[in-house]
Design a protein. Structure first.
Lengths: 411, 356
C-alpha cells in the first residue's frame, strides 16, 4: 500500500470533507439500524405478538366552567391509546374530544365533559381506554376555574403584587439602615442574606423535585430540574462576568456590590416566578381557604427577599451615600414582578412541567448568587475562617431561623 | 391519593393566604367563588341529565343485545346455521331430545362503545346462548373447549354428579370435549356457568348463560306474551376486583339508546338472572309499574308483587307484568352506582297495532 504522503499536510478543504464524512457515517449506520428495528420488530421476537400495549395517560389541566369539565390529556406511554369512555363519579358521562380520542405517543387532546359538578365538592374523573385500562384524576375542591378575562388578569396581577412586589419593596427600605452598619454589622446582615438564600435553595429544590416526580414520565422531571438548575447557575455566571467586564471598561476597579445585588434580584425573580406559577395554579385548581395568620407569615417570609437584595449594595455606598432611587426600584421590580407573570401563567395555562422548570431555574440562580456573595464578603479571607466569625455565624443562624419560623406560619 | 398532586402543602397554603388577603380586600369575588353558583340554574347544563351514559355505538354485527333478549336455543340464527348448534328429536314418551353444540372460546368482546374486554365465552358471546327445554326433556350438550384454559359447564338443576362440571376431574382441558346429559328438571329459571378454578375469574370473564326449563303441559301460547332474557352482569376491565361496566346482557347503557319494544296490554315475562361478580347483590327496578315475582321460576304462584327486586349472586327470578300505558319506562339496578355505570335501559311500550 502506498503511503499517502499528503495526509499529514492535507489541505484544509480535504480535511473538512473527511471530518464531515467521519461524523456522518455513524449517523447513516444508525439510521439504517433504526429502519431495520422498525421493520423487523425485535421486541416482537422476544415477547411474541399480541402482548398488551403499554397504556399511560397523563391528565393535565382541568378546567371547571359553566358547561362542565374540560380536561387536557397526554399520552405519556410508548403505544397509541384510545380513550373510549369517560366516567365521572362512578357514572358514564357523555364527552367530546377536540383532537380525537386516539392519541399517539405524546399526543394530546382536550375532553369536554358536560358534567354538572358541585361547588366545593370532590369529583373523580376516570378515563377508560379501549382495552379497559382506567386512569383517574381527583378534583379536590371544585370551584370555577378563572377565565383569562380582563378582571382575572387584573386579579392575578394584584396577587403577584401582594405576594412578590410589595414584600420585596418593603425589604428594600432597609437599605439606609444597612448603610449605617459598621463592619461587624454588615458581616451579620450579609450572612443573614446567605442564610435566607440557603433556605430558599433547599426549599425550592425540594419542591421542584417533588413536582418533578408527579409530571408525566416522558418529561423526565428529575433530569429537567437538575439540569435547569445547572443551566441557570452557569448562565448567571456568564452574565455576571460579562457585566463586570463591561463595567471595568467604564470604571476600572469598580466595586461589584451593585452587580451582586442585580444577580440576587434576578435569582429571586426567577424563584418568585416559580412561586407565582404555584399560586396561580392553586387558584386555578380551586385550592384557596381563609386564614389571616397565613398572610402574616407569607408577608414576613417574602419581605426578607428585599433585604437580600439590598445587603450587597451597601458595599458600594458609604453610610452617607445612597444609590439612586431608580436603581432600587429596578432591583425591586426585577425581584418581584416575575411573581405576576408566574401567577398569570399558572392561573391560565398551568402545567406542572413549567413549575419544575422555573423552580429549578430559581434554584440554580440562588445557588450562583450565594456562592458569589460568599466569595465577595470573605474578601480574601479563607471562607472557612470567615464562616466561623461570630457575626457571620449569628447572621447565618438568624437567616435560616427567620425563614424557618415564617415558613412554619405558612405551613 | 393526594388530591392536590401538583402542589406541596406549603404552596397550597401560600395560595390560601393570598386568597384570604384578597378576600379581605374584596377584590376577588369571582375567584373565591363564594358569591355565585358555578352552574347557573337552567343554563347550559340544565340538560346535563341527558348527558349521562356512554358515548358512541357498539358493533352489533358481532353481538346484538336486542336479538339476545329473545333468542332461545339459537332461535336468532337462520335455520341452516341453527341446526349446527341445536337439534331436537322426539322421543317415544313424547318428550324431546335436545342436543346442543357449545364451545368455549377466548374472544375480545365490546362491553361499552369502544371498550374491549378479553373475555372467555360460550360460542363467542357473553352471556352464552340461552338454553331452553321443557320439563322431562333429555338435554345433551356436547362441549368443546377451544379456549386456552381448562373449562367446564356446570348446570343448575337435577343431575348426576358426573354431569356436574365442578370437580377437578370434570375439567375439560383445552382442545378436549365432553358431553353433558341430563333430564331437564325441575321447571324454572336456572343458570349454567363454568366451574373451573379460579371460579371468580372463570365466571366474570364471561362463561355463563341462562338455562330455562318450562313446565310440562299447559305452557302458555308463546305468541301471547313477550319474553325477554336479562342477565345482569358486570366487567372488571382493569383487574382491580371492582367492576367498571355493569349491564343487562353485557353492553353498558345499550337499551337507553335502543329501547326494548313492548306492546300495551300484552303480557311481558322477564327471565332475570344475576351473575354479577365482586358485588354481593344486584337488583332490578322498573319505573311506573309493578310486576309479579316467581323466584327461581319453580312455582306457578307468585310470591311477591313489587317494583324492585334484589338478587344475590347466582339468584334468578321470573318477572311478569303488563304495560298499561304507552311510552318509555326506565328499568335499572336500584344501586345507583350500577345504573350509572351501565345497568340502565328503557322499555318502549306502543299501542297494539301501532307497532311497526
Amino acid at each position: 500500500m502506498t503511503p499517502d504522503v499528503g495526509t499529514a499536510a492535507a489541505p484544509a478543504r480535504g480535511g473538512a470533507v473527511r471530518t464531515w464524512a467521519l461524523a456522518l457515517i455513524p449517523l447513516l449506520l444508525l439510521s439504517g439500524l433504526l429502519v431495520w428495528i422498525a421493520r423487523s420488530g425485535p421486541a416482537d421476537a422476544v415477547l411474541g405478538t399480541g402482548y398488551p400495549p403499554v397504556e399511560r395517560l397523563a391528565i393535565g389541566r382541568v378546567v371547571l366552567g359553566d358547561t362542565g369539565i374540560t380536561v387536557d390529556v397526554l399520552n405519556d406511554g410508548p403505544d397509541p391509546v384510545t380513550i373510549a369512555q369517560v366516567i365521572v363519579d362512578d357514572a358514564y358521562w357523555n364527552f367530546s374530544a377536540t383532537n380525537g380520542t386516539t392519541l399517539p405517543h405524546l399526543g394530546q387532546t382536550r375532553l369536554q365533559i358536560p358534567y354538572p359538578w358541585v361547588h366545593g365538592e370532590t369529583h373523580v374523573l376516570r378515563l377508560v381506554t379501549s382495552t379497559g385500562v382506567t386512569f383517574d384524576h381527583t378534583i379536590g375542591v371544585a370551584v370555577p376555574t378563572p377565565k383569562p378575562d380582563l378582571a382575572a388578569v387584573g386579579t392575578f396581577a394584584l396577587i403577584g403584587l401582594y405576594v412578590g412586589v410589595v414584600p420585596v419593596a418593603i425589604g428594600l427600605l432597609w437599605f439606609p439602615l444597612v448603610g449605617r452598619l459598621g463592619r461587624r454589622g454588615l458581616d451579620f446582615v450579609l450572612a443573614l442574606t446567605i442564610g435566607l438564600l440557603l433556605f430558599l435553595l433547599v426549599d425550592a429544590g425540594a419542591e421542584s423535585l417533588e413536582i418533578a416526580a408527579t409530571i408525566p414520565g416522558s418529561f423526565q422531571g428529575t433530569a429537567l430540574a437538575v439540569f435547569a438548575a445547572g443551566a441557570a447557575f452557569l448562565g448567571l455566571e456568564a452574565f455576571g462576568a460579562w457585566l463586570q467586564g463591561r463595567r471595568r471598561d467604564l470604571r476600572a476597579g469598580g466595586a461589584s456590590g451593585w452587580l451582586l445585588a442585580l444577580l440576587v434580584a434576578i435569582g429571586i425573580g426567577l424563584h418568585n416566578f416559580g412561586e407565582g406559577l404555584a399560586i396561580g395554579s392553586a387558584f386555578a385548581l380551586g385550592e384557596a381557604a381563609l386564614g389571616s395568620l397565613l398572610i402574616v407569615g407569607f408577608t414576613l417570609h417574602n419581605t426578607t427577599e428585599g433585604l437580600a437584595i439590598v445587603a450587597p449594595l451597601s458595599r458600594d455606598y458609604g453610610p452617607s451615600a445612597r444609590p439612586p432611587i431608580a436603581t432600587l426600584v429596578w432591583l425591586g421590580l426585577i425581584g418581584g414582578l416575575p411573581t405576576i407573570a408566574g401567577a398569570w401563567l399558572g392561573g391560565f395555562v398551568y402545567s406542572p412541567v413549567w413549575s419544575v422548570l422555573f423552580l429549578a431555574l430559581g434554584v440554580g440562580a440562588i445557588a450562583q448568587v450565594t456562592v458569589q456573595i460568599l466569595s465577595q464578603v470573605a474578601e480574601g479571607r479563607p471562607i472557612r475562617r470567615y464562616l466561623a466569625e461570630g457575626p457571620v455565624v449569628a447572621g447565618l443562624a438568624a437567616g435560616v431561623g427567620v425563614m424557618y419560623v415564617t415558613g412554619m406560619l405558612i405551613g | 391519593m393526594n388530591p392536590f398532586p401538583l402542589l406541596s402543602r406549603r404552596s397550597w397554603l401560600q395560595a390560601a393566604g393570598v386568597g384570604s388577603l384578597l378576600a379581605g380586600a374584596g377584590a376577588v369575588t369571582r375567584l373565591s367563588g363564594q358569591h355565585q353558583s358555578p352552574v347557573p340554574d337552567g343554563h347550559v347544563l340544565g340538560h346535563a341529565g341527558h348527558a349521562l351514559g356512554t358515548v358512541g355505538e357498539v358493533d352489533t354485527s358481532v353481538f346484538d343485545p336486542t336479538a339476545f333478549l329473545t333468542s332461545f336455543n339459537f332461535s336468532h340464527l337462520p335455520p341452516d346455521e341453527r341446526v349446527r348448534y341445536y337439534r331436537e328429536t322426539p322421543r317415544p314418551d313424547g318428550t324431546l331430545l335436545r342436543e346442543y353444540e357449545i364451545f368455549a372460546v377466548d374472544r375480545e368482546i365490546e362491553i361499552a362503545p369502544g371498550v374491549f374486554f378479553p373475555a372467555w365465552t360460550y360460542n363467542g358471546q357473553v352471556p352464552g346462548p340461552t338454553i331452553r327445554a321443557t320439563e322431562g326433556d333429555l338435554v345433551r350438550v356436547h362441549f368443546v373447549n377451544q379456549g386456552a384454559h381448562p373449562h367446564t359447564i356446570h348446570f343448575h338443576g337435577w343431575h348426576h354428579p358426573d354431569m356436574d362440571g365442578s370437580l377437578p376431574q370434570h375439567q375439560v382441558l383445552p382442545g378436549q370435549d365432553f358431553t353433558y346429559e341430563f333430564v331437564a328438571d325441575p321447571f324454572g329459571l336456572h343458570l349454567y356457568h363454568c366451574h373451573a378454578v379460579p371460579l371468580k375469574r372463570h365466571i366474570h370473564k364471561g362463561l355463563y348463560g341462562t338455562f330455562i326449563v318450562d313446565p310440562k303441559g299447559d305452557g302458555p301460547d308463546p305468541s301471547a306474551l313477550d319474553e325477554f332474557v336479562m342477565v345482569m352482569n358486570a366487567f372488571d376491565t382493569n383487574f382491580d376486583n371492582e367492576n367498571e361496566v355493569y349491564a343487562v346482557n353485557t353492553v353498558a347503557h345499550y337499551h337507553m339508546h335502543h329501547p326494548i319494544r313492548v306492546t300495551v296490554g300484552k303480557p311481558v315475562r322477564i327471565y332475570l338472572v344475576n351473575v354479577t361478580e365482586f358485588d354481593l347483590l344486584n337488583s332490578f327496578h322498573l319505573h311506573g309499574m309493578f310486576f309479579d315475582v316467581y323466584r327461581t321460576g319453580t312455582s306457578r304462584t307468585t310470591t311477591e308483587r313489587t317494583d324492585t327486586l334484589m338478587l344475590c349472586q347466582g339468584e334468578r327470578a321470573i318477572l311478569e307484568t303488563t304495560f298499561r300505558y304507552p311510552g318509555d319506562f326506565m328499568f335499572h339496578a336500584h344501586q345507583s352506582e350500577f345504573a350509572e355505570l351501565g345497568w340502565m335501559g328503557l322499555f318502549r311500550a306502543v299501542e297494539a297495532g301501532r307497532d311497526t
